[in-house]
Design a protein around this ligand. Structure first.
Ligand SMILES: [Zn+2]
Length: 158
């Protein structure tokens, strides 16, 4: 019906795959948003109300690997919040990055959790960076993002 919904489905598929592979599905559902209002230096942020907001402008220039690494970074913050932590990039954050295979300046090992996340994306032919670009240009994306999330969480609770 609406072109934006399949694109939102792709983002949530990426979130679900990463949650399942990296945290055994233990992270709570998160609202995923694109924003045109973030500072150019902010790639994305994770709110303590369990939302992940991606910088729409930055998404214009990145590939799926970059996008998934940004999503993983923000999901580590969500993981911190679920443990009652404030966030930040301290030891708990860095240990989690290491565990997932996210070492700055190094290739992601295929046998790491993130390596498996990439494998799953190739297998399912999922392209979250392209999906993010489609969402960002839709003029009512804020409404669709919220509606899609509410549908998705209602389904989970049934
Ligand atoms: Zn961070």
């Amino acid at each position: 019906m609406y072109e934006i919904e399949p694109a939102l489905a792709v983002l949530y598929d990426s979130f679900r795959i990463m949650n399942h592979v990296c945290w055994q599905g233990s992270l709570p559902p998160c609202l995923l948003r694109l924003s045109h209002r973030l500072s150019p230096r902010t790639l994305a942020y994770a709110g303590t109300d369990f939302r992940i907001v991606f910088n729409a402008g930055h998404c214009q220039r990145i590939d799926d690997s970059d996008f998934l690494q940004i999503m993983a970074h923000e999901m580590i913050h969500i993981w911190q919040y679920t443990r009652g932590k404030r966030g930040g990039h301290g030891r708990d954050f860095r240990n989690e990055q290491l565990r997932l295979g996210l070492v700055l300046g190094r290739e992601i090992p295929p046998d790491s959790p993130m390596g498996y996340v990439f494998f799953m994306h190739r297998l399912k032919d999922l392209h979250p960076a392209e999906a993010a670009r489609k969402i960002a240009v839709h003029r009512n994306h804020r409404t669709y993002e919220a509606d899609y999330f509410n549908q998705f969480t209602n389904k989970q609770n049934n």
